[in-house]
Write a protein that binds this ligand. Structure first.
Ligand code: SAH
Length: 353
Protein backbone atom coordinates (compact mmCIF):
# COMPACT_ATOMS: atom_id res chain seq x y z
CA UNK A 1 0.00 0.00 0.00
CA UNK A 2 1.35 3.41 -0.87
CA UNK A 3 0.91 6.18 1.65
CA UNK A 4 -1.28 9.03 0.60
CA UNK A 5 0.45 12.39 0.08
CA UNK A 6 0.41 14.78 3.05
CA UNK A 7 -0.76 17.71 0.93
CA UNK A 8 -0.62 20.43 3.57
CA UNK A 9 3.10 19.76 4.04
CA UNK A 10 3.71 20.49 0.35
CA UNK A 11 4.99 23.71 -1.17
CA UNK A 12 2.88 25.23 -3.92
CA UNK A 13 5.16 23.92 -6.72
CA UNK A 14 5.05 20.41 -5.19
CA UNK A 15 1.28 20.54 -4.89
CA UNK A 16 0.99 21.78 -8.45
CA UNK A 17 2.95 18.76 -9.67
CA UNK A 18 0.69 16.44 -7.69
CA UNK A 19 -2.49 18.03 -9.02
CA UNK A 20 -1.18 17.75 -12.58
CA UNK A 21 -0.26 14.10 -11.97
CA UNK A 22 -3.83 13.55 -10.84
CA UNK A 23 -4.93 14.82 -14.25
CA UNK A 24 -6.50 17.99 -12.81
CA UNK A 25 -5.86 21.58 -13.92
CA UNK A 26 -2.75 23.13 -12.45
CA UNK A 27 -4.53 26.29 -11.27
CA UNK A 28 -6.49 24.22 -8.77
CA UNK A 29 -3.31 23.78 -6.74
CA UNK A 30 -3.22 27.44 -5.75
CA UNK A 31 -6.87 27.35 -4.72
CA UNK A 32 -6.29 24.27 -2.58
CA UNK A 33 -3.11 25.77 -1.11
CA UNK A 34 -5.03 28.89 -0.03
CA UNK A 35 -7.86 26.87 1.46
CA UNK A 36 -5.51 24.65 3.44
CA UNK A 37 -3.54 27.59 4.81
CA UNK A 38 -6.77 29.13 6.00
CA UNK A 39 -7.68 25.97 7.90
CA UNK A 40 -10.61 24.98 5.70
CA UNK A 41 -12.01 21.42 5.65
CA UNK A 42 -12.19 19.82 2.18
CA UNK A 43 -15.99 19.90 2.03
CA UNK A 44 -15.92 23.68 2.44
CA UNK A 45 -13.47 24.34 -0.41
CA UNK A 46 -16.33 25.93 -2.31
CA UNK A 47 -14.63 26.90 -5.57
CA UNK A 48 -13.52 23.34 -6.30
CA UNK A 49 -15.73 20.96 -8.26
CA UNK A 50 -17.34 18.30 -6.13
CA UNK A 51 -15.49 15.58 -7.99
CA UNK A 52 -12.13 17.12 -7.09
CA UNK A 53 -13.16 17.47 -3.47
CA UNK A 54 -14.02 13.77 -3.27
CA UNK A 55 -10.73 12.87 -4.94
CA UNK A 56 -8.82 14.97 -2.40
CA UNK A 57 -10.68 13.31 0.44
CA UNK A 58 -9.97 9.84 -0.91
CA UNK A 59 -6.57 10.10 -2.50
CA UNK A 60 -4.69 12.48 -0.21
CA UNK A 61 -3.89 12.78 3.46
CA UNK A 62 -5.07 16.21 4.63
CA UNK A 63 -3.68 16.47 8.15
CA UNK A 64 -5.56 19.53 9.37
CA UNK A 65 -5.90 19.21 13.17
CA UNK A 66 -9.23 19.68 14.94
CA UNK A 67 -10.09 21.92 17.84
CA UNK A 68 -10.61 19.53 20.72
CA UNK A 69 -10.91 22.08 23.52
CA UNK A 70 -10.67 25.84 23.76
CA UNK A 71 -10.29 28.17 26.74
CA UNK A 72 -10.58 31.95 26.60
CA UNK A 73 -9.08 34.14 29.30
CA UNK A 74 -11.50 36.64 30.79
CA UNK A 75 -8.58 38.80 31.84
CA UNK A 76 -6.73 39.42 28.60
CA UNK A 77 -8.45 37.46 25.81
CA UNK A 78 -5.66 34.88 25.54
CA UNK A 79 -7.00 31.72 23.90
CA UNK A 80 -5.63 28.29 24.62
CA UNK A 81 -6.37 25.53 22.12
CA UNK A 82 -6.03 21.81 22.54
CA UNK A 83 -5.80 20.40 19.02
CA UNK A 84 -6.27 16.75 18.17
CA UNK A 85 -4.31 15.19 15.34
CA UNK A 86 -5.39 12.38 13.02
CA UNK A 87 -3.94 9.63 15.19
CA UNK A 88 -5.57 10.99 18.34
CA UNK A 89 -2.46 12.71 19.69
CA UNK A 90 -3.08 16.15 21.16
CA UNK A 91 -0.99 19.32 21.18
CA UNK A 92 -1.50 22.83 22.49
CA UNK A 93 -1.30 26.32 21.05
CA UNK A 94 -1.82 29.66 22.75
CA UNK A 95 -3.11 32.78 20.99
CA UNK A 96 -1.76 35.89 22.68
CA UNK A 97 -3.04 39.36 22.00
CA UNK A 98 -0.59 42.21 22.09
CA UNK A 99 -1.01 45.84 21.13
CA UNK A 100 1.01 45.23 17.97
CA UNK A 101 -1.06 42.19 16.96
CA UNK A 102 -1.71 38.53 17.60
CA UNK A 103 1.01 35.99 18.23
CA UNK A 104 0.50 32.23 18.30
CA UNK A 105 2.62 29.88 20.38
CA UNK A 106 2.79 26.54 18.56
CA UNK A 107 3.89 22.99 19.40
CA UNK A 108 6.42 21.11 17.30
CA UNK A 109 6.25 17.59 18.79
CA UNK A 110 3.73 15.41 20.62
CA UNK A 111 5.58 15.32 23.94
CA UNK A 112 9.30 16.00 24.31
CA UNK A 113 12.38 13.94 25.09
CA UNK A 114 14.60 16.72 26.44
CA UNK A 115 13.75 16.06 30.07
CA UNK A 116 14.00 19.60 31.55
CA UNK A 117 13.16 19.19 35.22
CA UNK A 118 10.56 21.96 35.50
CA UNK A 119 8.64 21.32 32.28
CA UNK A 120 5.24 19.61 31.94
CA UNK A 121 5.68 18.75 28.24
CA UNK A 122 8.46 16.27 28.84
CA UNK A 123 6.96 14.36 31.79
CA UNK A 124 5.75 11.46 29.68
CA UNK A 125 8.42 11.64 26.99
CA UNK A 126 8.12 12.14 23.27
CA UNK A 127 5.51 10.25 21.29
CA UNK A 128 6.35 11.58 17.84
CA UNK A 129 7.40 14.53 15.73
CA UNK A 130 4.71 16.71 14.21
CA UNK A 131 4.57 16.95 10.43
CA UNK A 132 4.94 20.41 8.82
CA UNK A 133 1.19 20.28 8.13
CA UNK A 134 0.38 19.64 11.78
CA UNK A 135 2.41 22.65 12.88
CA UNK A 136 0.99 24.84 10.12
CA UNK A 137 -2.51 23.55 10.91
CA UNK A 138 -2.30 25.07 14.39
CA UNK A 139 -1.71 28.51 12.88
CA UNK A 140 -4.32 28.10 10.15
CA UNK A 141 -6.99 26.95 12.59
CA UNK A 142 -6.27 29.59 15.23
CA UNK A 143 -6.59 32.27 12.52
CA UNK A 144 -9.79 30.74 11.20
CA UNK A 145 -11.33 30.25 14.62
CA UNK A 146 -10.49 33.75 15.87
CA UNK A 147 -11.30 35.39 12.56
CA UNK A 148 -8.20 37.51 13.05
CA UNK A 149 -4.82 37.78 11.43
CA UNK A 150 -1.92 36.11 13.19
CA UNK A 151 1.08 38.36 12.74
CA UNK A 152 3.69 36.47 14.72
CA UNK A 153 4.61 32.98 15.85
CA UNK A 154 6.66 31.70 18.75
CA UNK A 155 7.80 28.11 18.67
CA UNK A 156 7.61 27.73 22.42
CA UNK A 157 4.86 25.18 22.79
CA UNK A 158 5.27 21.45 23.34
CA UNK A 159 8.45 19.91 21.94
CA UNK A 160 11.99 20.84 20.99
CA UNK A 161 11.86 22.37 17.50
CA UNK A 162 15.50 21.58 16.70
CA UNK A 163 14.83 17.91 17.54
CA UNK A 164 12.37 17.91 14.62
CA UNK A 165 14.59 19.97 12.38
CA UNK A 166 13.49 19.20 8.82
CA UNK A 167 9.78 19.41 9.54
CA UNK A 168 10.20 22.68 11.42
CA UNK A 169 12.21 24.26 8.58
CA UNK A 170 9.60 23.18 6.07
CA UNK A 171 6.88 24.60 8.30
CA UNK A 172 8.73 27.94 8.51
CA UNK A 173 9.02 28.16 4.74
CA UNK A 174 5.35 27.27 4.29
CA UNK A 175 4.02 29.72 6.85
CA UNK A 176 6.08 32.50 5.26
CA UNK A 177 4.69 31.81 1.78
CA UNK A 178 2.89 34.88 0.42
CA UNK A 179 0.28 32.63 -1.23
CA UNK A 180 -0.61 31.34 2.22
CA UNK A 181 -0.36 33.12 5.56
CA UNK A 182 2.71 35.16 4.61
CA UNK A 183 4.11 35.54 8.10
CA UNK A 184 7.56 37.13 7.89
CA UNK A 185 10.52 35.37 9.46
CA UNK A 186 11.23 38.50 11.48
CA UNK A 187 7.96 37.91 13.29
CA UNK A 188 8.84 34.35 14.23
CA UNK A 189 10.82 33.20 17.28
CA UNK A 190 12.20 29.72 17.63
CA UNK A 191 12.99 28.58 21.13
CA UNK A 192 15.47 25.81 21.83
CA UNK A 193 16.81 24.18 24.97
CA UNK A 194 20.23 24.46 23.32
CA UNK A 195 20.74 21.86 20.59
CA UNK A 196 24.07 23.22 19.36
CA UNK A 197 24.33 21.52 15.92
CA UNK A 198 20.74 22.59 15.18
CA UNK A 199 21.52 26.23 16.00
CA UNK A 200 24.50 26.21 13.63
CA UNK A 201 22.47 24.59 10.87
CA UNK A 202 19.67 27.09 11.34
CA UNK A 203 22.15 29.96 11.06
CA UNK A 204 23.05 28.76 7.55
CA UNK A 205 19.45 28.19 6.45
CA UNK A 206 18.76 31.74 5.23
CA UNK A 207 15.60 32.08 7.30
CA UNK A 208 16.31 34.82 9.84
CA UNK A 209 13.94 33.91 12.66
CA UNK A 210 14.65 35.22 16.14
CA UNK A 211 16.55 32.62 18.10
CA UNK A 212 15.55 32.19 21.74
CA UNK A 213 17.77 30.00 23.84
CA UNK A 214 16.65 28.50 27.13
CA UNK A 215 19.58 29.06 29.44
CA UNK A 216 18.11 28.92 32.98
CA UNK A 217 21.52 28.81 34.68
CA UNK A 218 24.84 30.60 34.27
CA UNK A 219 27.14 27.70 35.00
CA UNK A 220 27.35 24.18 33.63
CA UNK A 221 26.96 22.37 36.91
CA UNK A 222 23.74 24.15 37.79
CA UNK A 223 22.43 23.88 34.26
CA UNK A 224 23.06 20.13 34.13
CA UNK A 225 20.92 19.73 37.25
CA UNK A 226 17.84 21.14 35.57
CA UNK A 227 18.47 20.49 31.85
CA UNK A 228 19.88 17.14 30.65
CA UNK A 229 20.87 18.71 27.29
CA UNK A 230 23.58 20.60 29.22
CA UNK A 231 25.41 17.31 29.68
CA UNK A 232 25.83 17.10 25.94
CA UNK A 233 26.67 20.72 25.16
CA UNK A 234 28.49 22.91 27.68
CA UNK A 235 27.49 26.57 27.94
CA UNK A 236 30.67 27.77 26.19
CA UNK A 237 29.78 25.74 23.08
CA UNK A 238 26.19 26.89 23.26
CA UNK A 239 27.15 30.56 23.39
CA UNK A 240 29.61 30.16 20.58
CA UNK A 241 26.80 28.71 18.44
CA UNK A 242 24.59 31.66 19.44
CA UNK A 243 27.34 34.07 18.45
CA UNK A 244 27.60 32.28 15.12
CA UNK A 245 23.85 32.69 14.69
CA UNK A 246 24.13 36.41 15.34
CA UNK A 247 27.07 36.82 12.97
CA UNK A 248 25.30 34.93 10.19
CA UNK A 249 21.80 36.42 10.51
CA UNK A 250 22.39 39.78 12.18
CA UNK A 251 19.55 38.88 14.54
CA UNK A 252 19.91 39.63 18.22
CA UNK A 253 19.64 36.42 20.24
CA UNK A 254 17.29 36.17 23.24
CA UNK A 255 17.93 34.06 26.29
CA UNK A 256 15.14 32.62 28.37
CA UNK A 257 15.75 32.27 32.05
CA UNK A 258 13.02 30.67 34.12
CA UNK A 259 13.28 31.73 37.76
CA UNK A 260 12.99 28.78 40.12
CA UNK A 261 12.95 29.44 43.83
CA UNK A 262 16.15 28.30 45.57
CA UNK A 263 17.70 27.06 42.30
CA UNK A 264 18.77 29.98 40.16
CA UNK A 265 17.23 33.11 41.63
CA UNK A 266 19.91 34.77 43.78
CA UNK A 267 21.76 38.00 43.07
CA UNK A 268 24.90 35.90 42.50
CA UNK A 269 23.00 34.11 39.76
CA UNK A 270 22.13 37.47 38.19
CA UNK A 271 25.73 38.64 38.39
CA UNK A 272 27.00 35.33 36.98
CA UNK A 273 24.55 35.57 34.11
CA UNK A 274 25.47 39.14 33.23
CA UNK A 275 29.16 38.27 33.25
CA UNK A 276 28.64 35.11 31.22
CA UNK A 277 26.72 36.87 28.45
CA UNK A 278 29.17 39.74 28.28
CA UNK A 279 32.06 37.33 27.91
CA UNK A 280 30.38 34.60 25.88
CA UNK A 281 28.36 36.72 23.43
CA UNK A 282 30.09 40.08 23.43
CA UNK A 283 27.22 41.54 21.40
CA UNK A 284 23.85 42.87 22.55
CA UNK A 285 21.38 40.18 23.55
CA UNK A 286 18.21 40.12 25.59
CA UNK A 287 17.25 38.13 28.66
CA UNK A 288 13.62 37.14 29.06
CA UNK A 289 12.93 36.26 32.66
CA UNK A 290 10.07 33.83 33.10
CA UNK A 291 8.45 33.18 36.44
CA UNK A 292 8.18 29.41 36.77
CA UNK A 293 4.75 28.02 36.07
CA UNK A 294 4.45 25.49 38.81
CA UNK A 295 3.86 21.91 37.67
CA UNK A 296 2.75 19.75 40.62
CA UNK A 297 4.79 16.71 39.60
CA UNK A 298 8.12 18.59 39.67
CA UNK A 299 7.92 19.92 43.23
CA UNK A 300 9.66 23.11 42.05
CA UNK A 301 8.43 26.50 43.22
CA UNK A 302 8.26 29.86 41.53
CA UNK A 303 9.60 33.16 42.82
CA UNK A 304 7.41 36.13 43.71
CA UNK A 305 6.93 39.08 41.41
CA UNK A 306 9.14 41.34 43.50
CA UNK A 307 12.11 38.98 43.42
CA UNK A 308 11.72 38.60 39.66
CA UNK A 309 11.74 42.40 39.28
CA UNK A 310 14.82 42.61 41.50
CA UNK A 311 16.60 40.00 39.40
CA UNK A 312 15.77 42.00 36.27
CA UNK A 313 16.97 45.26 37.87
CA UNK A 314 20.22 43.65 38.86
CA UNK A 315 20.84 42.45 35.31
CA UNK A 316 19.99 45.86 33.86
CA UNK A 317 22.25 47.59 36.37
CA UNK A 318 25.06 45.31 35.27
CA UNK A 319 24.49 46.37 31.68
CA UNK A 320 22.56 43.27 30.62
CA UNK A 321 19.23 44.00 28.99
CA UNK A 322 16.46 42.04 30.72
CA UNK A 323 12.69 42.05 31.18
CA UNK A 324 10.25 39.88 33.10
CA UNK A 325 7.86 38.22 30.69
CA UNK A 326 4.26 39.27 31.13
CA UNK A 327 2.05 36.44 32.20
CA UNK A 328 -0.93 36.13 29.88
CA UNK A 329 -3.98 33.98 30.44
CA UNK A 330 -3.22 33.27 34.09
CA UNK A 331 -6.87 32.29 34.66
CA UNK A 332 -6.79 29.58 31.97
CA UNK A 333 -3.54 27.96 32.99
CA UNK A 334 -1.88 28.87 29.71
CA UNK A 335 1.44 27.23 30.52
CA UNK A 336 2.30 24.68 27.91
CA UNK A 337 2.12 20.93 28.19
CA UNK A 338 -0.33 20.85 31.04
CA UNK A 339 -3.51 20.47 28.98
CA UNK A 340 -2.06 17.62 26.97
CA UNK A 341 -0.90 15.93 30.15
CA UNK A 342 -4.31 16.24 31.75
CA UNK A 343 -6.09 14.92 28.70
CA UNK A 344 -3.75 11.94 28.26
CA UNK A 345 -4.30 11.01 31.89
CA UNK A 346 -8.07 11.23 31.49
CA UNK A 347 -7.93 8.96 28.43
CA UNK A 348 -5.73 6.54 30.34
CA UNK A 349 -8.08 6.43 33.34
CA UNK A 350 -11.03 5.75 31.06
CA UNK A 351 -9.28 2.87 29.39
CA UNK A 352 -8.57 1.26 32.76
CA UNK A 353 -12.21 1.37 33.77
N1 SAH B 1 11.97 23.11 23.76
C1 SAH B 1 12.09 24.51 23.57
C2 SAH B 1 10.76 25.25 23.40
C3 SAH B 1 9.63 24.90 24.33
S1 SAH B 1 9.62 25.52 25.96
C4 SAH B 1 12.91 25.14 24.68
O1 SAH B 1 13.29 24.43 25.60
O2 SAH B 1 13.24 26.32 24.60
C5 SAH B 1 9.54 27.26 25.90
C6 SAH B 1 10.15 27.92 27.12
O3 SAH B 1 9.36 27.70 28.29
C7 SAH B 1 11.53 27.40 27.44
O4 SAH B 1 12.37 28.45 27.82
C8 SAH B 1 11.26 26.49 28.61
O5 SAH B 1 12.40 26.25 29.35
C9 SAH B 1 10.19 27.25 29.34
N2 SAH B 1 9.39 26.45 30.27
C10 SAH B 1 9.06 25.15 30.18
N3 SAH B 1 8.32 24.78 31.24
C11 SAH B 1 8.16 25.88 32.01
C12 SAH B 1 7.50 26.13 33.23
N4 SAH B 1 6.85 25.19 33.86
N5 SAH B 1 7.55 27.38 33.72
C13 SAH B 1 8.21 28.35 33.06
N6 SAH B 1 8.86 28.18 31.92
C14 SAH B 1 8.85 26.95 31.39
Amino acid sequence: MTTKPDIMSMTLPELTELIKDMGESAFRAKQIFKWMHSGTPIEEMSNLPKSLRSRLAEETDYRLPQIEEKFVSKIDGTVKYLFSLKDGECVESVLMRYEHGNTLCVSSQAGCRMGCKFCASTLSGKVRDLTPSEILGQVALAARDSGERIGGIVMMGIGEPLDNYDNVIRFLRLVGDADGLGIGMRHISLSTCGVVPGIKRLADEGIPVTLSVSLHAYDDEKRREIMPIAKKYPIAELLSACRYYFDKTGRRVSFEYTLISGKNDTMEDAAGLAKLLKRGMGVPCHVNLIMLNEVDETGLRTVDRKSAARFADELNNLGQNATVRRRLGSDIDASCGQLRLRRNRAVEENSHR
